[in-house]
Design a protein. Structure first.
Lengths: 292, 120, 282
C-alpha cells in the first residue's frame, strides 16, 4: 500500500535562533539512512552544513496574481474599491492603475469585477523545490520567492516529497528542519507527523514561545519532546522550562550546553557531532533519547 | 453505483493509496456495468490548500456514491458528508482486494475523520 | 519616522534591538510588536495595560433560505474556503482569506459576512513607551491580517514608531515592513547569519525601503558579513559584542541598557546613525 506514514521527526522551536538547524545537521549524521527535509523555506540553512549536490529542480507554482493590462485600463477605480488587501496602486490623472504583486493575495475579485476585463490572472511562480544528495542521505529543500504566499503549501510539498523518497528507497525515517513561529509553515510541518522535538533556550523569550508552540503541537495531537539548548546560560530558567514542558505533557529529551564549538563547527561546514566540541556528547544523548 | 478507490495506479491490480486528499489518483468503479475509469488527482496534490475538498469535488464530478480509502482527514470528511458520499476504510493492498471486500460487505464505514488534516 | 527591525534568520537580536532602542529614544515612542506568532517585547517592557481588543477577519455565512445551490460561490473561491455540492454551501473558515468575493458573486445575495476571531491586539504604557502587540490565536495559520490590525493602531504623528518584525522573509515580514521609512536588519557574523542576511537584503530591496545593518554577537564568527556589506555598500550602523552578560540579561528579561549601562551609548548612537543613514539614502 502506498501513502503509509513513514517515521518522521520534525524539529521546531517557537522562538527563532535556538539551534534547530544545527541540531538537525547533527541528527542527520547520527541517523542511519535518513531522508532530510529542510522546511524552513523562508530562510533555509541546512544546506550550509550538509553541502547538497542538486539532482532535481522543480518550479513551485501556486495560486495566482492579478496583473492589469495598462493599455486597457480605464481608471474607473473599481479594482481599488473591491480590493481588501491594499494591492491596487491608483494611477495619476487618467493613468492606468497597477497591482502591487507583493500585496496581492490572488483572490481574483478585481479580475472578476473589472468592467473592461483588463486584468489578467496568471499562475504565480512562488519559488522552487529541490531534491539533492548529501553525505548523510537524500535531502529535499526549497526556496520561497521574496514576499511569496503559500509558504505552507511549499512546506507540504517538501514534506510529501521527502516521504515519497523514504517509501521508494525503503528508508525508515524523515528528519525535518522546521520553521520558527506557530503560523502556517509550522502547521504545515507538524500536521500528521510521528513526533516533534522542540529546541528552546533558557530565556524568558524561550519560555514564553515554548508554551505557545507546545499548545500548537498538543492541538494536533503530536507526541512532543523538549530540549533546552545553551542550558547553562541560566540553569534556574532551564529547570523552569523543563517543568513547563512536563506539565504540558511533553517529555524531556535532554540538555545541550552553551558552546562556542557550535559556531566553530558551522564555520567549518561541519555538524557539531563531526567535531570534538564539548556539546557533541550532549547532542548524542539527546538523539539517543529520541529512540529513532 | 459508483465506488471510488484511492490508488496510484490505472487498473484493478494497482496498489491502494492510504490517503484521500493527496492520493495521486482514483479508480471509479461502476458496479452496474462492471467497468472502471481512472481519475487523476494531481490537481489536488498540487493545490494551494484544501486538497481533501478538491479531491471530493473530483470524485463527485465522476458520479461517485462511495469512497474506499485508508484514512480521511477532517476537511475531506466534511466535504464528503455534504456530498452524500459514504466512506469506507480498508488496509487492502490492491484495488482488486478492496473491491472484493467491498462486495462482500466486510469493509468498515467511518463516521468522523480518523486522522488530523494537513494544512494544505 | 517609522522604523522596522527585521532579519532573515531568527534569534539574531531583533527584539533586543527594538526594546533597547525604544528605551533609548526618550521622547514619544511607540513600539509595535508585529511578531504576532511569538510576541516577546512585553517580556522586557512591562507596564500598565491600557487596552485589549479582539481582532476578527470576515468570513462568509450563507442564508440557506435564499441559497439555491447554484455553486457560484464555490467556483469563485481560490482557497477552497466555500464549496457547494448541490446542497447548501460548506464554509471552511481556516482557509478563508476574507476577500469578500463569494459575497459579491452570489446571484441571490444569500451570503453575508461574519467575524472569525484570529487573535488580539493589546496596548501597554511603559515609561513613555506605548507598546502595542498582536497575539495570534494558537492554530490560526495566517498572520498578516493580525499584523495589519496592529499597524492600524499606529500613530506616527510626532512619534518614533518601531516595528519589531517576525523572522524570515515571507508574507508576515512583508506585512510588517510595508510603509516603513527605514529597515534595520539584524544579523550575526556566521555562515547562517550571512546567508539569511542576503535573503533579507533581497526582500528589503524588493520593497525599496532604505536600510542598514546591525551586527550582533561580534567576534563569534568572522568578517564575512562585514565584507558583504562593504561590497554591497550597505551601512553597518551598530556592532554589539558577543558578551555573555548580554545573553544572561536577555535570558532574565532585562533590558541591556538597564543591566549594563555601558551599552547605553551604543543604542543612543544607533538612533543618530539611523537618522543620518536615512537622510543619505533618500
Amino acid at each position: 500500500m502506498t501513502g503509509m506514514k513513514v517515521q518522521e521527526l520534525v524539529i521546531i522551536s517557537g522562538k527563532g535562533g535556538t539551534g534547530k538547524t544545527s541540531l538537525t545537521a547533527s541528527f542527520a549524521v547520527l541517523a542511519a539512512f535518513p531522508i532530510l527535509a529542510d522546511c524552513d523555506v523562508d530562510a533555509a540553512d541546512l544546506h550550509l552544513i550538509l553541502a547538497p549536490t542538486i539532482r532535481e529542480r522543480h518550479e513551485f507554482r501556486s495560486g495566482n496574481e492579478a496583473v492589469i493590462r495598462s493599455a486597457d485600463c480605464i481608471s474607473c477605480e473599481k479594482c481599488f474599491d473591491v480590493c481588501r488587501f491594499g494591492a491596487v496602486v491608483p494611477g495619476g490623472e487618467g493613468e492606468a492603475f497597477a497591482i502591487d504583486p507583493v500585496a496581492c493575495e490572488g483572490c481574483g475579485v478585481c479580475v472578476r469585477f473589472c468592467p473592461v476585463a483588463a486584468i489578467d490572472f496568471p499562475e504565480s511562480l512562488c519559488g522552487e523545490w529541490l531534491v539533492s544528495e548529501t553525505r548523510c542521505g537524500p535531502m529535499v529543500h526549497a526556496r520561497l520567492g521574496v514576499a511569496a504566499e503559500n509558504s505552507g503549501k511549499l512546506v507540504s510539498t517538501v514534506r510529501s516529497e521527502a516521504r515519497r523518497l523514504a517509501e521508494e528507497n525503503k528508508h525508515g525515517l524523515v528528519i525535518v528542519d522546521g520553521p520558527p513561529g506557530i503560523g502556517c509553515p509550522v502547521i504545515a510541518s507538524l500536521t500528521g507527523t510521528s513526533q516533534a522535538l522542540v529546541v528552546t533556550e533558557p530565556t524568558v523569550s524561550g519560555e514564553h514561545d515554548l508554551e505557545r508552540v507546545l499548545k500548537l503541537a498538543q492541538h494536533f495531537g503530536i507526541p512532543t519532546s523538549v530540549c533546552v539548548n545553551k542550558w547553562d546560560l541560566n540553569p534556574a530558567m532551564t529547570a523552569q522550562i523543563e517543568a513547563l514542558a512536563l506539565r504540558s505533557g511533553a517529555r524531556i529529551a535532554g540538555r545541550i550546553r552553551y558552546d562556542n564549538g557550535v559556531t566553530a563547527a558551522q564555520m567549518l561546514g561541519k555538524a557539531v557531532v563531526e567535531t570534538e566540541a564539548p556539546s557533541a556528547g550532549d547532542i548524542r544523548l539527546v538523539w539517543k533519547s529520541l529512540g529513532l | 453505483m459508483k465506488v471510488a478507490f484511492t490508488t496510484s495506479g490505472q487498473n484493478l491490480d494497482a496498489p491502494m493509496d492510504a490517503r484521500f486528499g493527496r492520493a495521486t489518483g482514483f479508480l471509479v468503479y461502476d458496479t452496474d456495468s462492471d467497468t472502471f475509469e481512472p481519475v487523476d488527482n494531481q490537481q489536488s496534490v498540487n493545490t494551494a490548500q484544501g486538497a481533501g475538498i478538491q479531491a471530493t469535488e473530483a470524485i463527485v464530478r465522476h458520479g461517485a456514491n462511495c469512497l474506499v480509502t485508508g484514512h480521511c482527514g477532517p476537511n475531506a470528511f466534511r466535504a464528503l458528508s455534504a456530498a452524500g458520499i459514504r466512506i469506507y476504510t480498508t488496509e487492502a493492498a490492491t484495488v482488486a482486494e478492496a473491491l472484493e471486500a467491498f462486495r462482500a460487505g466486510t469493509l468498515a464505514t467511518i463516521n468522523s475523520a480518523d486522522v488530523e488534516g494537513h494544512w494544505s | 519616522m517609522i522604523l522596522a527591525v527585521a532579519s532573515g534568520k531568527g534569534g539574531t537580536g531583533k527584539t533586543t534591538v527594538s526594546v533597547n532602542l525604544a528605551r533609548s529614544t526618550g521622547s514619544a515612542v511607540q513600539l509595535l510588536d508585529c511578531d504576532v506568532e511569538e510576541p516577546n517585547a512585553h517580556l522586557f517592557l512591562c507596564g500598565l495595560k491600557t487596552g485589549s481588543e479582539i481582532v476578527t477577519i470576515p468570513i462568509p455565512e450563507v442564508d440557506e433560505s435564499l441559497c439555491d445551490a447554484c455553486g457560484e460561490c464555490g467556483r469563485f473561491c481560490r482557497y477552497h474556503a466555500i464549496v457547494s455540492f448541490g446542497a447548501s454551501p460548506l464554509v471552511f473558515p481556516e482557509m478563508c482569506h476574507g476577500c469578500g468575493g463569494c459575497t459579491l458573486v452570489c446571484p441571490r445575495g444569500a451570503i453575508r459576512e461574519i467575524g472569525r476571531r484570529v487573535g488580539v491586539v493589546e496596548t501597554q504604557e511603559v515609561d513613555g513607551i506605548t507598546l502595542i502587540q498582536g497575539r495570534i490565536d494558537i492554530g490560526v495559520a495566517m498572520a498578516p491580517p493580525l499584523i495589519r490590525a496592529v499597524k492600524s493602531r499606529m500613530n506616527s504623528k510626532g512619534a518614533t514608531v518601531i516595528l519589531d518584525a517576525p523572522p524570515g522573509t515571507s508574507c508576515p515580514v512583508i506585512a510588517t515592513l510595508r510603509g516603513s521609512d527605514y529597515v534595520l536588519l539584524v544579523t550575526e557574523p556566521t555562515p547562517f547569519g550571512l546567508h539569511d542576511l542576503r535573503l533579507a537584503v533581497d526582500m528589503v530591496r524588493e520593497l525599496t525601503i532604505p536600510f542598514g545593518v546591525v551586527v550582533n554577537r561580534m567576534g563569534v564568527g568572522d568578517d564575512r558579513v562585514h565584507q558583504f556589506c562593504r561590497e554591497q555598500e550597505i551601512p553597518i550602523l551598530l556592532e554589539i559584542p558577543d558578551d555573555r552578560r548580554i545573553a544572561e540579561a536577555y535570558s532574565r528579561g532585562e533590558l541591556v541598557v538597564d543591566a549594563l549601562p555601558e551599552y547605553r551609548s551604543h543604542f543612543a548612537t544607533l538612533l543618530w546613525n539611523i537618522r543620518d543613514s536615512r537622510r543619505s539614502q533618500s
